[in-house]
Design a binder for this molecule. Structure first.
Ligand code: NAD
Length: 347
């Protein structure tokens, strides 16, 4: 029977393991999975677009496991009290196709997205980066800051959001962490002196959250919020100056900042940077971009990580969502259908 993990189970896992340790473990799983990239059966996600958002299905598999995530991207949802990004997903054993775990993935997406940003920054940013500008302080913001502080070494976060309530929420949630927080009144102010600029905004439009004036030698851009056709955050005329890494080129051509580039512009995938075949940053002066859209392998990694923890511990509950009957050729008995009454012949 599959393990069913709901919100309270993820809360219990984070309480027991600690978010810092969990981030590190997810980063380790990412490194392992990106490191065996060629063993995965990959495809761009399926996206169904609506005027105010998108619903996406993200499958991936290797010879042992199959995973998928169902995820929404509806930037106007918070006006109705709902999340912009909400998700659930499953991990299945390839041998039988049976799911071993069905899980909440809204929290897991925030954790894996932050872990992936740090994983990419370790490959692309200057290792001595200490100050990060954070543009957009919605749901992903604290996870990004936490991960960049704990797992990368960022000590100052200069933050800005068009919504003052989102700024206040971020400051409240991050208070007490050993981070210097600088609330800024504009994007320009937030970017002052930043080694890394993380854009984590939500708007279903091609926006110029950052532009050419934000190109500073050595700076790394962590572009998280541009993840759909017609939904970008960087001015297209700055892309030629950046050395860019993407997750999975066929998906990023459709959804990433690079959708603005001619289709034959060469780009590097993160796994190639990891295995050393295509280094991106070659000097402290280079300006780099992690053009993140969120790829299924990251969900695979976090699901694998969480499954290991949940399986070893006492988390979640066994569910009959998918089941094996006593006799695998007898499904009918599972319904215990009473015999039909005798047909009475029509008079
Ligand atoms: P959210 O709606 O909770 O927060 C987005 C914030 O951006 C809001 O507070 C909003 O006021 C702010 N914002 C919008 N336009 C802005 C602007 N021009 N300047 C400053 N702030 C602005 O959304 P979220 O869950 O935090 O997600 C943020 C973005 O990240 C979304 O676009 C989402 O699709 C994307 N995302 C990407 C990945 C990935 O793997 N790349 C994963 C998760 C989410």
């Amino acid at each position: 029977m599959a393990l069913l993990l709901e919100k309270h189970d993820i809360q219990a896992i984070v309480a027991e393991v600690g978010l810092a340790e969990l981030m590190d473990r997810v980063i380790d799983h990412l490194a392992e999975d990106f490191g065996r990239w060629e063993g995965f059966d990959k495809s761009p996600r399926t996206a169904n677009h609506y005027p105010h958002g998108v619903i996406e299905l993200m499958p991936i598999s290797n010879e042992d496991w199959y995973s998928f995530k169902y995820v929404t991207g509806h930037p106007r949802n918070p006006l109705d009290g709902k999340l912009t990004v909400a998700a659930f997903g499953a991990l299945a054993e390839a041998s039988s196709g049976y799911p071993v775990m069905v899980s909440e993935m809204t929290l897991l997406t925030a954790i894996r997205t932050a872990a992936t940003s740090v994983f990419a920054a370790r490959l692309l940013a200057r290792p001595d980066s200490r100050t990060m500008a954070l543009i957009g302080t919605g749901c992903q913001a604290e996870f990004q800051s936490y991960a960049f502080h704990h797992s990368f070494g960022i000590d100052t976060v200069r933050f800005y959001d068009v919504d003052p309530d989102a700024c206040r929420k971020f400051a409240r949630n991050m208070a007490g962490h050993p981070l210097r927080l600088v609330r800024c009144d504009s994007i320009d102010e937030a970017c002052e002196g930043a080694d890394i600029v993380s854009t984590v905004t939500a708007d279903k439009a091609n926006r110029t959250v950052v532009g050419r004036k934000h190109l500073i030698p050595g700076r790394h851009f962590n572009g998280v919020g541009g993840d759909c056709p017609g939904k970008t955050e960087l001015a297209s005329d700055m892309l030629a100056d950046l050395k860019i890494a993407v997750e999975y080129e066929p998906q990023s051509r459709i959804e990433g900042e690079i959708q603005a580039l001619p289709a034959d512009t060469p780009v590097t995938e993160l796994w190639q940077v990891l295995n050393g075949t295509a280094p991106v940053r070659t000097s402290d002066e280079d300006m780099t971009l992690f053009d993140s859209v969120g790829f299924a392998i990251e969900d695979f990694s976090v699901l694998r990580c969480i499954y290991g923890i949940a399986n070893d511990g006492d988390f979640g509950r066994r569910s009959t969502l998918v089941f094996a009957p006593d006799d695998p050729k007898d499904l009918y008995s599972e319904l215990a259908v009473p015999a039909l009454p005798k047909r009475v012949a029509a008079m």
